[in-house]
Design a protein around this ligand. Structure first.
Ligand code: NAG
Ligand code: NAG
Ligand code: NAG
Length: 510
């Protein structure tokens, strides 16, 4: 954490230096605002010149003038019919936990849980624990699941807790029944104690759907074999899933009967899937929910995230920390620094070229920058590299439920990787500045006669926050990035933002 402070200092002094160099911008805006003020002042004074004239020409005019100035305020009522958009307060979380692991895993929940009533939800445990160390006000309330001994469980070597966990949806509905807070509930969202949610992004996904209808939203596993074994139509529980409240109520009515029919199933999520199938409700797939049935480094996956909001990451105890050289919780905490600044853009990839050096640059905003020798196509760069292995410890491309590419065999073709070290708002210019520092994951040895990206120690990325990028009126599109002229040895500066007219990923030939 001491390192974080140093990074913070470095980045803010860098920002200060930049702001000074941007003074020309500043004075331009200053001049413009002065000009606009002057124009407004003139218009305002003209009104007083014309008003008496109006008054003379027709005595009824002043009334209509007053009416006109009042009506825009009244016309705001036109929006009354538009339903309020979904916010965090409309979501109730059900977190599946166990007394055995809670003391450790609550650290993951603390990373994303907003206390003081900003979020609603319950952590469901199998038995009582003492939580007398006063962390409870930063965490959701704890509850003990009701007894499930009357239910059959026949999966060989499985865990009966699957029944307890699958019933969290029904138990949550019964908990809410008839309460004041029930009126606000639109969605029940399930997750595990080792799932980290990005709540703003979750809300952005839910906003696209009508909560009055029956929706079952989540994603399948990264492992093709898992999906063959369970189903491509099942929402994996660790990645988390959302059930619209009317559907949760319908499920509550039949779930206890339903799960008795599926004693042979393994988990809690395949029981939900079985009951959803009986209800005739399919999975609505949203690829930002991540079950993470993987081992190793998430680098490849999170540096080429699909063009969708990052909603959740699961199995944090099984994969390497998201940032190297630090603990898992601290690494996730660093990721949250980016999430706070521009959650919608978290881990969104943009691709550009350093023309002078003939390098391909890939930015995963708030996470990594990678620089590779040579010109690689956008089509290739959007494919995750296999820095991980699958759930069954297989490493070939057929193990995954999505396209992957291998880490290059030749050292020369392997990227230099820069991990986020810090991110700050640049308030003066309404943008964020994030800094990425090189981490040598692979031997840099290479005998190609071309510039070595290793001469770059750190990368600064400027970007305007874009909270509306997943708005249903905007088609998904990757940002564009631009490598700015290098001012300081060893530091690359990149601008990231929505693509301009006619801008796309192209290597310009001089
Ligand atoms: C927890 O905080 C409450 C007040 O918020 C205090 O009364 C209580 O003694 C604290 N308990 C512990 C174990 O620190
Ligand atoms: C909700 O409460 C009402 C009134 O107490 C009761 O009739 C109903 O069965 C309850 N429904 C659920 C789902 O618990
Ligand atoms: C930048 O660094 C390189 C290699 O470290 C060095 O050869 C070059 O002179 C430096 N340029 C400036 C402007 O400092």
């Amino acid at each position: 954490m001491g390192d974080d402070k140093k990074d913070q200092k470095q980045l803010s002094s860098y920002l200060k230096a930049k702001n000074i160099s941007c003074n020309s911008h500043y004075s331009f805006y200053w001049l413009m605002s002065k000009l606009i003020f002057l124009i407004l002042a003139i218009l305002f004074s003209l009104q007083f010149v014309f008003y008496p004239l109006n008054f003379i020409s027709s005595s009824s005019e002043p009334r209509s003038l007053i009416k006109f100035s009042v009506s825009p305020v009244g016309s705001g009522s036109g929006s009354v019919h538009e339903p309020e958009q979904t916010e965090l307060k409309h979501v109730v979380f059900g977190i599946a936990a166990s007394a055995k692991f809670w003391k450790h895993r609550r650290d993951y929940v603390k990373l994303w849980w907003k206390p003081n009533g900003e979020m609603n939800g319950v952590v469901w445990l199998d038995q009582h624990i003492d939580q007398n160390d006063n962390v409870s006000n930063t965490l959701p309330p704890l509850r003990i699941s009701s007894d499930t001994s009357r239910f059959k469980y026949r999966y060989p070597k499985g865990l009966r807790s699957a029944i307890r966990i699958t019933r969290i949806v029904s138990e949550t509905v019964r908990l809410l029944n008839g309460t004041e807070s029930e009126k606000n509930v639109r969605w029940i969202v399930m997750g595990d104690d080792d799932t980290v949610f990005f709540p703003e992004n979750l809300v952005k996904v839910l906003r696209k759907y009508d909560h009055n209808q029956f929706y079952y939203i989540g994603s399948s596993s990264e492992s093709h074999i898992q999906n063959l074994k369970f189903s491509y139509g099942m929402a994996y529980g660790g990645g988390g899933f959302a059930i619209s409240y009317p559907l949760a109520k319908a499920l509550e009515k039949m779930q206890d009967r339903c799960i008795q029919r599926y004693a042979e199933l393994y988990g809690s999520d395949d029981r939900i899937h079985a009951c959803m199938s009986e209800l005739g409700v399919p999975l609505t797939k949203e690829v930002g929910f991540h079950q993470i049935d993987l081992y190793g480094k998430l680098l490849g996956l999170l540096s080429a995230h699909p063009l969708a909001p990052l909603v959740s990451i699961h199995h944090l105890d099984l994969v390497d920390p998201v940032f190297p050289n630090m603990g898992r919780v601290n690494a996730m905490r660093r990721f949250m620094v980016s999430a706070k600044l521009d959650s919608a853009s978290l881990a969104q990839q943009s691709i550009c070229y350093d023309v002078d050096h003939r390098w391909t640059v890939s930015v995963s905003w708030g996470y990594t920058v990678q620089i590779t020798r040579g010109v690689l196509s956008a089509k290739e760069m959007v494919i995750p590299t296999r820095t991980f292995i699958d759930w069954y410890k297989q490493a070939d491309e057929r193990s995954y439920a999505f396209n992957t590419r291998p880490v290059a065999k030749s050292a020369c073709q392997r990227p230099r990787v820069y991990y986020l070290s810090n991110a700050l708002p640049d308030l003066a210019l309404h943008r964020t500045a994030s800094e990425y520092v090189r981490y040598d994951m692979w031997e840099p040895e290479c005998d190609w006669d071309m510039s070595d990206p290793s001469e770059i120690e750190r990368v600064i990325v400027y970007k305007k926050p874009d909270p509306d990028r997943w708005n249903k009126h905007r088609a998904p599109r990757r940002d564009c990035c631009r490598v700015l002229p290098m001012k300081k040895n060893g530091t690359m500066v990149i601008d990231v933002g929505t693509c301009k007219d006619d801008e796309f990923v192209e290597f310009p030939v001089k």
